[in-house]
Design a protein around this ligand. Sequence first.
Ligand code: NAG
Ligand code: NAG
Ligand code: NAG
Ligand code: NAG
Ligand code: NAG
Length: 341
Amino acid sequence: MHKVLLLLLFILLHFRAPKNEIDAEFSSHCPYCRVAEGPSPCNGCDKNMTCFILSEYERFKKQAVKGVLTNTFEDRHFYPQNWRCDIKKMRKKYEFIRYSSDPTKQLMEDLFTIARRQGKLPKRAKNISAQTLCAQKLACAPQFRKYETMLRVSPKYKIVNCVVQKSMSTMMTGAMCYLYDEKEYENTGRSFDDEFNGRLCKSQNEFSSVNDVRNKYNISLRQSGWSFSMVVRHPIDRFVSGYVDRCVRLLVMNATAQCNGCRLNMTCFIENEYKRLMQISYKRKTRRTMEDAHFFPQVWHCDLPDEREFFEFLPYSTDSEEEFMPHFEDLLQRQDVCTYI
Ligand SMILES: *[C@@H]1O[C@H](CO)[C@@H](O)[C@H](O)[C@H]1NC(C)=O
Ligand SMILES: *[C@@H]1O[C@H](CO)[C@@H](O)[C@H](O)[C@H]1NC(C)=O
Ligand SMILES: *[C@@H]1O[C@H](CO)[C@@H](O)[C@H](O)[C@H]1NC(C)=O
Ligand SMILES: *[C@@H]1O[C@H](CO)[C@@H](O)[C@H](O)[C@H]1NC(C)=O
Ligand SMILES: *[C@@H]1O[C@H](CO)[C@@H](O)[C@H](O)[C@H]1NC(C)=O
């Protein structure tokens, strides 16, 4: 098999998230059926899905027809959703919030609609648009500012990728290191997950400014055959993901100094981080924290204020099959990765 296919498959597996109800049910079913818990997990069917569905359906029928009440782990996970919540009586009174593995999509939309109607969101402090507000001097952080640039280069394929925390940075770092020297990467027997613990290509294919890369590889400004790219993620999605990493997970590990010392108080965290953003913008404060790297705007990275026109933007997606992969595949093809490997 083509190695490039392996590479793509690897990325795919790494980032696949459940897509719909069937997917989600299946994924909750699978680990369970693999883990022996109690005398006969998965109705004693092991991994035979036919057996499981048939036996669970027998249980449905018993419950529905004979009123035999059972409440096993399987029953709770597989009995229909509309058997719950007193639906028969209450159906008209309920509002349904759509599940989504990416909460910025349907879930947030539905929740905000309800919260607004119930008057639970605070009133706006000023009745002016963001544009009007930010036209005032020093009212908002500047849209463009050079903050941090981390480039990963594959000279062989003329690919430059700029990584930003919380936007597949580890995965892209691994992929670029692989494309920097496939043989070396394979010889080490590494997988991209290992990049978390230490970067194989550290200080070999890494640069901190676009101009440094241009100078090193003599890349002209026009028609160079080089590809510059960056993965971009929906800002709210990126915020939530960063918040879970820096504030929730680290707190569980007793790292209370992280998250600006705010523990789980999100108001505190946002206010503090915004203060830092404004200080770095206007007061030339320079000390940088991990929080800054995770939460400062993506447009402050990658030398975008000067180099925007040279970049191609790859949309981040939790389900990489959806948006990211077609774009990335296209890029790899254009750079002839398939022909060489
Ligand atoms: C799976 O379960 C079904 C129904 O119980 C049974 O007919 C079939 O032989 C099983 N298949 C395997 C591979 O065990
Ligand atoms: C806010 O401004 C809009 C348009 O400028 C206006 O229609 C609306 O009545 C204002 N709302 C309040 C509460 O002042
Ligand atoms: C750099 O590239 C230009 C063309 O883009 C070429 O004329 C020049 O000789 C190259 N310089 C080096 C040192 O390779
Ligand atoms: C965190 O601290 C609590 C209380 O001091 C302790 O019980 C727990 O084991 C600690 N957790 C870790 C991961 O160190
Ligand atoms: C959360 O932080 C804000 C801002 O620092 C503070 O006003 C508020 O009292 C805090 N809430 C709690 C529950 O500690």
